[in-house]
Design a protein around this ligand. Structure first.
Ligand code: IPM
Ligand code: MG
Length: 368
C-alpha cells in the first residue's frame, strides 16, 4: 500500500486549531482505514511571512506541486495589515492557486438535517438543500492586467483592475460544471453580468456554444449574478450546479454558505488538470477575533479533507464515512458556538474533533 503525500498548510488565525482536528481524523484513518499518509507541514500566508518573509516560498510551492493533495486552513489577519501589498497573506494563497492552475473551485452547500434551524432562513426554504457552486479560480479580475493604483497628479488617485476571460478559460470551467452536473441533478445555471460586461457576454456565448457541443443532456440556464444572489435567498433549491467567474463565485459562495447555517460547515476543493494535486480548504476565513479560544468549528476543514480523499486520493469510501460521521455528530446535539442551538450542548473545537472520532469508533464497532 503506497503512502499518500499530503502537504498541510495550517495558515493563520483559527487555521492551526482546526487543522489539529484534521490530524486526529488522519491518525484515526491510519489506524483503522487501510491507508497511510506522509504529512509535510509548512507555512502559508501570515505564518509564512513571519517564518520566511514571504507568504509562499518557492520551496513550499515545489513541495505542494510534488504532493498528492494539499490541505489548507485559512490565511490572513490584522497582524499583517501593514505588510507590502504584494506579499500580503492572501497573495500566497492566490499564487498557490495560480501556479498549480487550480481553475475549478468546487464549493458544495449542503444543509444537514440537524442544522436546519441554524440557518437564518425558514426551515422549509433550506431543508434538504444540496447545491454546488463551481467557481472559476485562476482568471477574471483576481488576476487580470493591467491593475494598480496610479497617481493622477492633482491630489486624485485611481485604482483599477481588469476583468478578463478567454474562450479556453470559460470552456474548461464549463466542462467541469457540466460533468459535475451529470453526476448530480443534471442542471447548470451559468451566472455573469452579460447585461453590463463584455466578459460576461462572452461567458454566456461560450457556455451556450459548449453546451451544444456534447452537453445537451444537461439542462443549461443563464442568470445575471445579481439575480442569482437574490434567488439564492428566495428559493435556493431551484439550483443544482451554479457555474460562475472568480469574483461572483467568491461572493455567491459566501452567501450559499450561510444558507447552511454557518461558514464553519463549508468545505471546498480546487482542482486543475489531471495529475495536478488538488487544494482543499474551508470556505471560511481565519477568524482572528476567535483565534486561539477553542471556539472555531473544525468541520469545514475536516469535510475539506474528506473531499481530498474523494477527488485526489480515490478513496470516496473513506470520504463517505467521514461525511456520515459529521452528520451523526450533529444529530447527537453537540455543537460549536457558530451552530449552537437551543437544547444542544456547546463544545470546543477539540471536543468536536473528539466527538467525531468517537462516532467513527462506534460505527466501526457496529460494523465489526
Ligand atoms: C476565498 C477567500 C479568498 C478569495 C481570499 C482569502 C483571497 O475569500 O477563498 O473565498 O477571495 O478567493
Ligand atoms: Mg471568499
Amino acid at each position: 500500500m503506497g503512502s499518500h503525500n499530503i502537504v498541510m498548510l495550517a495558515g493563520d488565525g483559527i487555521g492551526p486549531e482546526v487543522m489539529s482536528e484534521v490530524k486526529k481524523v488522519i491518525s484515526w484513518l491510519e489506524s483503522n482505514g487501510d491507508i497511510s499518509f506522509t504529512i509535510h507541514e509548512d507555512h502559508l500566508g501570515g505564518s509564512a511571512i513571519d517564518a520566511y518573509g514571504v507568504p509562499l516560498t518557492d520551496e513550499t510551492l515545489e513541495q505542494c506541486r510534488a504532493s498528492d493533495a494539499i490541505i489548507m486552513g485559512s490565511v490572513g489577519g490584522p497582524k499583517w495589515d501593514n505588510v507590502d501589498y504584494n506579499i500580503r497573506p492572501e497573495a500566497g494563497l492566490l499564487k498557490l492557486r495560480k501556479e498549480l492552475d487550480l481553475f475549478a473551485n468546487l464549493r458544495p452547500a449542503l444543509v444537514f438535517d440537524a442544522l436546519v434551524d441554524a440557518s437564518s432562513l425558514k426551515p422549509e426554504i433550506v431543508k434538504g438543500l444540496d447545491i454546488l457552486i463551481v467557481r472559476e479560480l485562476t482568471g477574471g479580475v483576481y488576476f487580470g492586467e493591467p491593475r494598480g493604483i496610479e497617481d493622477l497628479g492633482n491630489g486624485e488617485r485611481r485604482g483599477f483592475n481588469t476583468q478578463t476571460y478567454t474562450t479556453s478559460e470559460i470552456r474548461r470551467i464549463g466542462v467541469a460544471a457540466f460533468e459535475l452536473a451529470r453526476k448530480r441533478g443534471g442542471r447548470v445555471t451559468s451566472c455573469e453580468k452579460a447585461n453590463v460586461m463584455e466578459s460576461g457576454k462572452l461567458w454566456r456565448e461560450e457556455m451556450t456554444k459548449l453546451h451544444g457541443e456534447g452537453f445537451d443532456d444537461v439542462e443549461l440556464s443563464h442568470m445575471y449574478a445579481d439575480n442569482c444572489a437574490m434567488q439564492l435567498l428566495r428559493n435556493p433549491k431551484q439550483f443544482d450546479v451554479i457555474v460562475t467567474d472568480n469574483l461572483f463565485g467568491d461572493i455567491l459562495s459566501d452567501e450559499a454558505a450561510m444558507l447552511t447555517g454557518s461558514l464553519g460547515m463549508l468545505p471546498s476543493a480546487s482542482l486543475g488538470a489531471p495529475g495536478v494535486p488538488g487544494l482543499y480548504e474551508p470556505v471560511h476565513g481565519s477568524a482572528p477575533d476567535i483565534a486561539g479560544q477553542g471556539k472555531a468549528n473544525p468541520l469545514a476543514t475536516i469535510l475539506s479533507f474528506a473531499m481530498a480523499l474523494r477527488y485526489s486520493l480515490d478513496r470516496g469510501d473513506l470520504a463517505d464515512r467521514i461525511e456520515t460521521a459529521v452528520q451523526d455528530v450533529l444529530s447527537s446535539g453537540t455543537r460549536t458556538a457558530d451552530i449552537m442551538a437551543e437544547g444542544c450542548k456547546e463544545i470546543s473545537t477539540s471536543a468536536m474533533g473528539d466527538a467525531l472520532i468517537a462516532v467513527l469508533d462506534s460505527k466501526l464497532a457496529e460494523a465489526a
